[in-house]
Design a protein around this ligand. Structure first.
Ligand code: ZN
Length: 416
């Protein structure tokens, strides 16, 4: 069983170099399970459905008594920090054809060096159609300066100029095709058909199980595609019940969530309102329903790093493979309240999985998540949880197999 689950995690990670690829992959799974696609049509009262908007997705299973039992929501984000290709990217320097990139979110920049990189994204065509693409082979590389030309690098640390030092080289031929020509070949479109390109780099190295006991998963984008996997697979496996079960996956968390499809936008609220309306719930009934609802916001946590234990509060630092972490912050960087924490603890005990508690050091402020945004927008009691991981925001991160499977089981217990 857990072998199957691990294979399904790896397959999702390898299929999803961008948020739109992830949404395409997950919607295909939902369609296989007879969820109805309401992305371009009015919601009807079917058993289950979904709305995909660019790199974001809301999917649900209707409950039998939503007005009384509310919505049970699991939220996560689809985007990860990285390097995006600029609109006029082509350059030629000292024998290399190069691409200009823009930094998205806050990646660990050094982690993008000396990797075999692919390019993935989508094009918008003159017809209005959108076409996804990804390179099959590795096509680009950002090379680190040799140690002989940067003698103090190991003592002083690597210093990268964000504008000068991150351009990948992607060919050396005098007459190489432009980036636009290459994208046209990848998408089998003509240059004249392509109006806009949205592209980013990704590590072509596949996701893998590592460790002498096979207890870790290493991959790009574990933050937060690991939680997306746990959320959607929990929804697919859960039985429908009294409450309406909802999974909301948002793009743009890494850049603040304020966008048309981000958690601070109207996507979740509008979806819930429509789901309630087709179940015959009035506007006032809907507001009442929200107060009976709850949300688990799943986003990875910092596991205690064996080489840097001083960076953690060791009484509140999650240990890898000891269970998903309940994330608390009294300054409301996390949305967890006493009641929502109790709800997650109950879900873990129902699923018979362990959980841990994460609070950051007082002199090391934590990042934020979509949890407080959802709680603020909808007034729904929300708990922030996450799988402990190392190397957060690296091009290749690592988390524990047991933690991820435990999170999935806890989410399923919560939805049920
Ligand atoms: Zn995250």
């Amino acid at each position: 069983m857990s072998k199957q689950k691990v294979e399904s995690i790896l397959s999702q990670l390898d299929s999803s170099p961008t948020p739109r690829h992830l949404v395409a992959y997950l919607t295909a799974k939902l369609l296989q399970a007879n969820f109805v696609d309401y992305s371009n049509q009015e919601i009807q009262n079917s058993q289950s459905g979904f709305i995909a908007r660019a790199g974001s997705l809301v999917a649900w299973k209707n409950g039998k008594q939503t007005s009384k039992n509310g919505f049970r929501i699991v939220g996560a984000h689809t985007d990860s920090p990285g390097l995006r290709i600029k609109p006029n990217p082509d350059g030629r320097r000292f024998g290399f054809n190069t691409l200009q990139v823009e930094i998205y979110g806050s990646p660990l920049l050094n982690s993008w060096l000396d990797r075999d990189l692919g390019i993935a994204g989508h094009v918008v065509l003159k017809s209005g159609a959108i076409k996804l693409f990804r390179s099959v082979a590795s096509v680009a590389r950002i090379s680190q300066l040799a140690v002989h030309l940067d003698r103090e690098v190991n003592e002083r640390g690597l210093i990268l100029d964000k504008h000068l030092h991150l351009s990948p080289a992607w060919s050396s031929a005098q007459k190489a095709p432009s980036f636009l020509t290459w994208v046209a070949q990848q998408t089998k479109c003509t240059i004249r058909d392509i109006v806009q390109i949205d592209a980013q780099l990704f590590d072509t190295h596949n996701a893998a199980v590592v460790g002498a006991d096979s207890s870790f998963i290493a991959s790009g984008r574990l933050d937060n595609q690991a939680s997306c996997w746990a959320a959607i697979s929990a929804l697919l496996e859960s039985r429908s019940g009294a409450a309406t079960q909802v999974v909301a996956l948002f793009d743009h968390e890494e850049v603040g969530s304020e966008s048309a499809t981000g958690a601070a936008g109207p996507l979740l609220e509008h979806s819930l309102e429509q789901i309630a309306a087709v179940q015959g719930i009035s506007r006032t009934g809907f507001l009442e329903t929200l107060s009976n609802s709850s949300c688990i916001s799943a986003d990875n946590a910092h596991a205690v790093h064996h080489n840097y234990p001083e960076r953690h509060d060791l009484s509140h630092g999650p240990i890898i493979n000891q269970g998903p972490a309940l994330k608390l912050n009294s300054n409301q960087r996390y949305a967890t309240s006493s009641t929502s924490a109790a709800m997650f603890i109950a879900a873990c005990s129902k699923a018979k999985v362990k959980h841990q508690v994460f609070v950051s050091r007082n002199n090391m402020p934590c990042g934020s998540t979509i949890g407080p945004i959802t709680a603020t927008r909808l007034g729904i009691d929300t708990v922030d949880v996450g799988v402990p991981q190392l190397s957060m925001h690296s091009a290749r991160e690592v988390c524990g197999v047991n933690d991820l499977i435990s999170l999935q089981l806890a989410l399923k217990a919560y939805l049920n």
